[in-house]
Design a protein around this ligand. Sequence first.
Ligand code: SAH
Length: 347
Amino acid sequence: MPPPEDQAAPPERLDRFMARAVAAYYATRPDPFGRAGDFTTAPEIAQAFGECLGLWAAVTWQAMGRPDPVLLVELGPGRGTLMADALRAIGQAMPGFRAALRLHLVEASPALRAAQARALPDAGATWHDDPAGVPPGPAILLGNEFLDALPIRQFVRRGNAWAERFVRDGGFLEAPAEAAPPLPAEAPEGAVQEVSEAARALAGALARRLAAQGGAALFLDYGAAEGGLGDTLQAMARHGPADPLASPGSVDLTAHVDFAAVAAAAREGGAAVHGPLPQGLFLQRLGLMSRAAILARSAALAGRRDQAGLILSGAERLVAAEGMGRLFKALCLCHPALPPPPGFEPP
Ligand code: SAH
């Protein structure tokens, strides 16, 4: 017999469920990345990825007029691999930037903070729970697969109104939308419109910060350049799709980033916006394939032919349209006086 209505768990708005599920997931998984985990990410696939982003930051620092000190901030650094590769490349190519930078990592999960400390032993990093905790000053920020973890709301077209999705007992239910943001006037029956208020608020706050204090923020993530309708909530476990409403924390929950909405919020906050560009084009412009070819050649010369093949196929996966080159995008928010940053120059 179903429990009486008043004993059932109250429905939870989807963004609140997602925030709780993402926090529980990262708090309880010592290592969700890589082959033995649930999913893999660009820095885990190719060392050249973090190296190229490190050089991107170095050239951006030059364009900012070489502020010293400058904050180098990573949002959601995962295992710390991207930053370890970036700092090595920066140290070799631009020691002045290496000496000027102060490293700040935004990471909510204690287990991942410990992994980051192991990967970055002498980097003098300071950790923060939230981007708002990063101290003021000129800053260069990097975020790979950070925005996709931010919670979304979902609205469903019913007749000539929008209902909102709530979660209860592992299933969705719809209820009249609570204080809904502006939604499209027209949509087919049953269409889903997603809104990430967290991503918009973050973009607005970063834009105000960059416009007032100088710097740039680079985001790489998956999603459409131009918003649109559709349900993109997805869950991954052991490298395959899983039930997104399963018990919170048991699977990795993400949604596609609405780059048009992030860009609009950043422009409103006073930043210049470059992109979104397909990740493949962006990384090729930064020289990812040439760097991978050099790494592969030194592996081959050292007799590690298998390793050389993996280096090339990994880099290829990041740029290929059928891999991560097209669905993933690069977006940059920066101080309006900065020239277009590397990779975003008009052709
Ligand atoms: N950038 C890494 C990891 C991506 S996974 C890589 O490319 O491999 C998402 C990362 O963001 C994790 O480190 C996770 O703990 C962190 N994260 C997710 N939501 C967060 C939030 N709201 N606040 C702070 N960190 C968050």
